[in-house]
Design a protein around this ligand. Structure first.
Ligand code: C2E
Ligand code: MG
Ligand code: MG
Length: 713
């Protein structure tokens, strides 16, 4: 069985891929270039020799009588012109058309003359048989002319066409080889012409071995059938038949078949290797330039492509614009349907964006962020099209397309910087329901540089004491006595002056630098508490704001412990505030930290309750001591009956699950009264005091503005 498989494969019955077939075909045609060249030289030589051997005869007389060498020369010329243009392509040229036309014209003259000379004394069939090589040449030259005019200009390539051409050429060559050698045998000469021609044909027709066996077999047997009677005639006439010749003849046949086998398998092997290399190269290229998830380009490719476009002299840079596309609230989609569905959604979205901005560079940057370089006049219509699909994607989840844009100021802008600007502009309209599109303008530029400044200067600000802690009072709802303080960071910068946390906290979080600020605040608070203790002042607990990232970027719990020990602060005086939105990501890290805070005996406060989407889940999953109700419930409190109902419900809910409550943002007496009646224990807001420096707070305690409560809980 194994032998059978091997034999079947050796004979060329194995499957070849499309690439292999093409490779084999093209190598044959490339070989035809050399073979046809040799035939051309050979035939010119033959013609010259023919004329020289017949003193007194001119070339024109040769042309009138014999024309065999001319037919061979012409067919070789056609192949010599056809083969390189078939493999390499090119444009239609007059020279090539002229060559084909001349060959056709000349051939028709020869056909007519030959037919006219023979039509009287030969049957029509004999006449046609007499001009068979002329007919084959006519077919060959006409096929070439058709290729030049129809195929080449359309850039089309057909394997069969190439094979057809070299088969016709081989038929002419081998046919002549057979005729000449049979004739030569009659004159007691060698059969070299047949041997040469069949060798040419074999070199050009390296096909599946069984085809080679058949074709060579047919040629050899046909020749043999004509040759042997000639040999016998020669014998009868007293010539000397060379016995060895017939043996050598068959040996030559076998050797030629074997060589064809070997070349075929070698080429097949090479083509398989080539194909693997090409595939490997393609996959490497893909990995370097395509985005894994969505199968559109990645940023590496986008950057290269946009540099080329912007630097193309044909590009009007003033009309180009970089876009940064972000799907707002995509995280909720992921949470609700799982990552797999989220990925499917991103894939569809990528195709939509790519199709909508057809012809423009489009790539996925990361997550649900895509980038585009397009023309300014196309932006509105196209982003609107994508937006309508995004909005309609899911009835239950609010999804919105946010677009940030940047107009490049010159062709040599670094695309990475341009995208950074567009992304930044997009960030400015985050969570802003009124704006879905934002261009990077002067104001954004100022802010951008301010943000860069913040990131680059946080270390210096910490070292040089530009970070200050302000304290905002928290009071008991019933007595309005001071029962706590919230530590809030302020940045007093030598260049920008007073910076509010609303500006620097999101930036520090985005660039993962927030832990530096928080560590600094924690230490200052502990130091201030130590100073108050040393002064023998009556104290209230201070609550510290923790960022979700603190637990990733540093050992937040360990650090707090360290400061507490260093400054010797009783744990009752520190409250830990963790904002509600922090609890929707990276759950394990946070819940470990929460457990540890509890174990260490800190009071845990859930900040900004009600500001996010998963408030109730957070209550269910985590253990907090105090609920800080977000100040958004107090906006427009006087005119909003619903807010009151909601506040009442939250306070009761907190009470029923054993939590204390605090409401932030209390600005009016009315709100304070309402909250007290509703059962909210603590209040915080401008009504009782804005965040203030430690010295001011001391002063206000000293002058009686605040009475420090004895009650701690
Ligand atoms: P938060 O923790 O919810 O802090 C309360 C914010 O509301 C403070 O803003 C405070 O000034 C403000 N506020 C208090 N009462 C009222 C009021 O009656 N009306 C109005 N309109 N606002 C009031 P601030 O100080 O600008 O801080 C903003 C946010 O920045 C904080 O929100 C907190 O999330 C964050 N933050 C502040 N300091 C730090 C810090 O040291 N570390 C961390 N990680 N975050 C901080
Ligand atoms: Mg807070
Ligand atoms: Mg808050």
């Amino acid at each position: 069985m194994r032998f059978l498989n091997w034999a079947v494969d050796e004979l060329g019955f194995g499957r070849n891929t499309k690439y292999q077939k093409q490779y084999l075909n093209e190598t044959n045609i490339r070989t035809a270039v050399y073979m046809s060249f040799i035939v051309m030289i050979l035939e010119v030589w033959m013609i010259i020799r023919y004329v020289q051997q017949r003193p007194g005869r001119t070339f024109l007389e040769y042309y009138d009588g014999e024309s065999n060498y001319l037919i061979l020369f012409s067919s070789a010329l056609i192949i010599f012109a056809f083969a390189p243009r078939y493999t390499k392509g090119g444009t239609v040229t007059n020279l090539c058309r002229l060559t084909a036309s001349l060959v056709i014209f000349n051939d028709i003259i020869m056909i007519v003359r030959n037919a006219a000379a023979n039509i009287q004394d030969k049957s029509p069939l004999q006449v046609v048989f007499g001009i068979k090589y002329h007919i084959l040449l006519l077919i060959l030259a006409t096929a070439y002319l058709i290729y030049e005019i129809c195929f080449l200009s359309a850039g089309r390539k057909n394997d069969l066409y190439g094979q057809f051409m070299i088969i016709v050429f081989s038929l002419i060559s081998v046919g002549f080889g057979i005729e000449t050698s049979v004739y030569d045998t009659g004159r007691d000469r060698q059969i070299l012409c047949f041997v040469t021609m069949v060798l040419f044909a074999a070199c050009m027709l390296i096909w599946r071995p069984y085809v080679s066996v058949l074709m060579l077999g047919m040629s050899f047997l046909y020749f043999y059938s004509l040759w042997v009677p000639r040999l016998q005639e020669l014998d009868a006439a007293g010539g000397k038949v060379k016995d060895g010749d017939t043996i050598n003849f068959f040996i030559f046949w076998i050797v030629l078949v074997m060589i064809s086998f070997s070349i075929y398998h070698q080429r097949r092997h090479e083509s398989a290797k080539d194909e693997k290399l090409i595939a490997a190269n393609e996959s490497l290229n893909r990995a370097a330039t395509m985005d894994d998830l969505t199968d559109i380009h990645n940023m590496f490719y986008f950057n290269q492509e946009t540099v080329e476009i912007l630097n193309d002299p044909a590009t009007d840079v003033g009309k180009k614009i970089f876009l940064f596309l972000n799907i707002e609230n995509f995280k909720t989609y992921n949470d609700q349907y799982g990552y797999q569905s989220g990925n499917d959604y991103l894939r569809k979205l990528a195709i939509l964006i790519k199709d909508t901005f057809e012809g423009d560079p489009v790539a996925r940057q990361s997550d649900d962020h895509f980038v585009v370089l397009t023309d300014t006049d196309k932006v509105d219509e196209r982003t609107e099209k994508i937006r309508s699909v995004v909005r309609g994607a899911d009835a239950d989840i609010y999804l919105e397309l946010k677009v940030g844009a940047y107009r490049p100021s010159s062709a040599d802008i670094d695309p990475r910087v341009a995208i950074d600007y567009a992304r930044y502009a997009c960030g400015l309209i985050k969570n802003n329901y009124d704006h879905n599109y934002k261009e990077y303008d002067q104001a954004a530029d100022d802010l951008f540089h301010k943000n860069q400044y913040i990131v680059n200067h946080i270390d210096r600000a910490v070292q040089e004491g530009h970070i200050r802690v302000y304290y905002q009072p928290v009071v008991w709802a019933d007595t309005k006595e001071l029962c706590g303080l919230e530590a809030l960071a302020r940045w007093d910068d030598p260049k920008y002056g007073f910076l509010s946390p609303g500006i620097f906290i999101p930036v520090l979080e985005e660039y993962r630098q927030i832990h530096k600020l928080d560590a600094c605040v924690f230490e200052q608070v502990c130091r201030d508490l130590r100073a108050a203790l040393d002064d023998g002042r009556k104290m209230v607990p201070v609550s510290l704001n923790f960022s979700r990232l603190d637990f990733e970027l540093m050992d937040a719990t360990g650090l707090l412990e360290e400061y507490i020990q260093k400054y010797d602060i009783p744990k009752d005086y520190i409250h830990v505030e963790i904002t509600e939105s922090a609890l929707t990501e990276n759950m394990t890290l946070l819940s470990d930290a929460i457990d540890r805070f509890h174990k260490d005996g800190f009071s845990l406060w859930l900040d900004d309750f009600g500001s996010g989407y998963s408030s109730l889940n957070v209550l269910k999953d985590f253990d907090f001591d105090v609920l800080k109700i977000d100040m958004k419930f107090l906006t427009n409190f006087e005119h909003n009956e619903k807010s009151r109902t909601i506040l009442n419900t939250i306070i009761q809910l907190a009470d029923s699950i054993g939590m204390l409550s605090l409401t932030e943002g209390v600005e009016t007496e009315e709100a304070a009264d309402f909250l007290e009646k509703a059962g909210c224990g603590r209040l915080q807001g401008y009504l009782f005091g804005k965040p203030m420096p430690r010295a001011e707070l001391r002063e206000k305690i000293d002058n009686g503005t605040y009475t420090v409560s004895d009650r701690l809980i």
